[in-house]
Design a protein around this ligand. Structure first.
Ligand code: SAH
Ligand code: SF4
Ligand code: F3S
Length: 471
C-alpha cells in the first residue's frame, strides 16, 4: 500500500473536524540564521508556503534567495504528476552535495509528496541527510520539529485528521493581492488524481472566520483576494451551518474589497445561484477556471468527473450568457488510459465549441494508488505527445483570437510590479485575468488603472496608461 489507508480516511467523515487556534510559536533561537524556501505545485502550496514563512520568521530566520547562504532549506513539494516528483529528487541531489560542505544545514521536505507512503519511505531509507519530513496536515508542527531538531531524521506525515487551524501568522508574498483559503482537501476522488490522498477529506472554514480575514486584508490595503480551494463550489457541504459557495461569495462581495477571484471550480458543483451572484456583484471578477479534463463522455465517466460533455457545454453556455464579458479557462488531460482517436477528437470538438480563453494541458501521469493507475494502457507515449501538441496549437489559436478582441479597448488593470518584458514596463491583470505589460506606469504599482490595449499575443497583452475605462 502506497497511500494512506482510504478505509481509515473515509472514517474521517464520522469524526468531527476540530477548529483549532494556531500556536504561532515564537523564539529567537535562529535570530541570525537564514532560510531558503522553494515551492512546487498549485496555489494551495503557494499559500501554504506563506504559512511556512510565518513559522520560520517567528523562529528568527530571515529569508535568502541564495541557496548557498541558507542555514535551513524547506521544499514544499507537489505530487500531481511524475515530473513534479522528478524535480524534487533532482534538487535533493544538489542538497546532498551542499550538506557535505555544511553539515549543520537543516533540510526539510513538506507538502504533498511525503503524504505518499512510498515517498516517505524512500526519504527515510535513501535520503538520511533530510532532517525533517512533514505533511500537508501538520504544517503547524513544523516549528516544534525545528526546535527539537537534533540531527536525527524526524518524519511526521500521515495524519488523516486534517483539522482546521485559524489565526496562523502568514508572511504574505504580496501587499496588493492575497490568497484566502476557504477549504482544505477534496472529496471528489477523480480516478486519476492524488489530491484527495495528499490533502485529505474536504474541510471548509467557517464563514465568519473567512469574512474576518477578508475585512482585515481590506483594512491593510489589499485590493484583490482569491478564495482558494481544490473545489470551491463544494464549499460548505461538509458544514452543518447550511451555507454554500453562493452565500459565501455574496458575503465576501459585500465587504466591498475591490476585486474577488476564486479557484478552482468543479462543473458538477456549479449552481445557478453561484452564477447569479457572480453576475450581480461588480467586485466579483468575470473570470472562471472551469476544468473540462476531457471532451469524451466515456473518458469523463472513467475519470469519475460526474458530468457529460453535453452537461459541460450547457453549463459553459449558461455562464457565458449570464456573466457579461466573462473569460473562461480550463484544464485538459490527454492520454487518459485507452483514450482513442475518437475520444481525443471529441476533446478538440469541445474546444472548438467553447473556444476557451486559455487552458492548462497535461499528459496523463499515472499516480500509484489511484484507481486509474490500475488500468492497463495501450496508447504509446508518442501518440499522447502528438495529441498534446495538436491540442496546444488549437488552444493557443483561441487565446490569441480572444486577446486580439482587446486591441483598442481600455481595460481596468491591477498593476502588480515590474515586468520581465523590459525596463519602464510594469505588469498587471485585467478583470478577466489577462496579463498586460504596460509602458511607463512605474508609479502605478499597487493601483487599479485604466490601460489602453495596443497589441495582443497568445499569452499576454501590451498596453499604455489611459484616461478612462470604457464599459
Ligand atoms: N481541483 C482542481 C484541479 C487540481 S489539479 C479540479 O478538479 O479541477 C490541477 C490539474 O492537474 C487538474 O485539473 C488536472 O487537469 C491535472 N491533473 C491532475 N491529476 C493528473 C494526473 N494524474 N495526470 C495528469 N494531469 C493531472
Ligand atoms: Fe483532484 Fe478531482 Fe479533487 Fe480536482 S476535484 S483535486 S481533479 S480529485
Ligand atoms: Fe500538487 Fe498538492 Fe497542489 S499535489 S497540485 S501541490 S494539492
Amino acid at each position: 500500500m502506497n497511500l494512506p489507508d482510504m478505509k481509515q480516511a473515509r472514517l474521517r467523515t464520522d469524526k468531527k473536524v476540530e477548529y483549532k487556534d494556531a500556536q504561532n510559536i515564537k523564539s529567537d533561537k535562529f535570530k541570525n540564521k537564514k532560510y531558503y524556501l522553494r515551492t512546487y505545485g498549485c496555489q494551495m502550496n503557494v499559500h501554504d508556503s506563506e504559512e511556512i514563512k510565518g513559522i520560520l520568521e517567528n523562529l528568527g530566520f530571515k529569508e535568502t534567495e541564495e541557496l548557498e547562504r541558507a542555514d535551513i532549506v524547506v521544499l514544499n513539494t507537489c505530487a500531481i504528476r511524475e515530473n513534479a516528483h522528478d524535480k524534487v529528487f533532482g534538487f535533493l541531489g544538489r542538497l546532498k552535495h551542499l550538506k557535505k560542505e555544511n553539515p549543520n544545514l537543516i533540510i526539510c521536505i513538506g507538502g504533498c509528496m511525503p503524504q505518499e507512503e512510498v515517498i516517505a519511505t524512500t526519504l527515510k531509507e535513501k535520503y538520511p541527510f533530510v532532517n525533517i519530513v512533514f505533511g500537508t496536515h501538520n504544517i503547524d508542527e513544523l516549528a516544534s520539529m525545528i526546535l527539537e531538531e537534533d540531527k536525527h531524521q524526524q518524519i511526521e506525515v500521515y495524519s488523516i485528521e486534517g483539522d482546521v487551524y485559524e489565526h496562523m501568522d502568514y508572511v504574505r508574498d504580496s501587499k496588493i493581492t492575497a490568497w484566502v483559503n476557504i477549504m482544505y482537501g477534496c472529496d471528489k476522488f477523480c480516478t486519476y488524481c492524488i489530491v484527495p490522498f495528499t490533502r485529505g477529506k474536504q474541510r471548509s472554514r467557517k464563514m465568519p472566520e473567512i469574512i474576518k480575514e477578508v475585512e482585515d486584508l481590506k483594512k491593510k490595503g489589499y485590493l484583490e483576494i482569491t478564495l482558494l480551494g481544490q473545489n470551491v463550489n463544494a464549499y460548505g457541504k461538509d458544514l452543518e451551518e447550511g451555507y454554500d459557495f453562493a452565500t459565501l461569495l455574496e458575503e465576501v462581495a459585500k465587504t466591498d474589497i475591490p476585486r474577488i477571484r476564486f479557484v478552482t471550480s468543479h462543473p458538477w458543483d456549479f449552481t445557478d445561484e453561484m452564477i447569479d451572484v457572480i453576475a450581480k456583484y461588480p467586485n466579483i471578477m468575470p473570470y472562471i477556471h472551469l476544468p473540462l479534463q476531457s471532451g469524451s463522455s466515456k473518458i469523463l465517466k472513467l475519470m469519475g468527473r460526474r458530468y457529460t460533455k453535453e452537461e459541460y457545454i450547457t453549463l459553459y453556455n449558461k455562464i457565458k450568457e449570464k456573466i457579461k464579458g466573462v473569460s473562461i479557462t480550463t484544464d485538459i488531460i490527454v492520454g487518459f488510459p485507452n483514450e482513442t482517436d475518437e475520444d481525443f477528437a471529441e476533446t478538440l470538438e469541445v474546444v472548438n465549441t467553447c473556444k476557451f480563453d486559455g487552458a492548462f494541458t497535461f499528459i496523463y501521469s499515472p499516480r500509484e494508488g489511484t484507481p486509474a493507475a490500475k488500468i492497463k494502457d495501450s496508447i504509446p507515449l508518442e501518440v499522447k505527445e502528438h495529441r498534446l501538441h495538436e491540442l496546444n496549437e488549437l488552444i493557443n489559436a483561441y487565446s490569441l483570437m480572444h486577446n486580439k478582441e482587446y486591441i483598442g479597448k481600455t481595460e481596468e488593470v491591477l498593476v502588480l510590479g515590474p515586468s520581465e518584458k523590459g525596463q519602464n514596463k510594469v505588469y498587471g491583470y485585467t478583470k478577466t485575468m489577462k496579463l498586460v505589460n504596460i509602458d511607463d506606469a512605474q508609479d502605478d504599482i499597487g493601483k487599479l488603472i485604466p490601460v489602453q490595449i495596443t497589441d495582443a499575443k497568445s499569452f499576454s497583452l501590451d498596453g499604455k496608461k489611459a484616461i478612462f475605462v470604457q464599459n
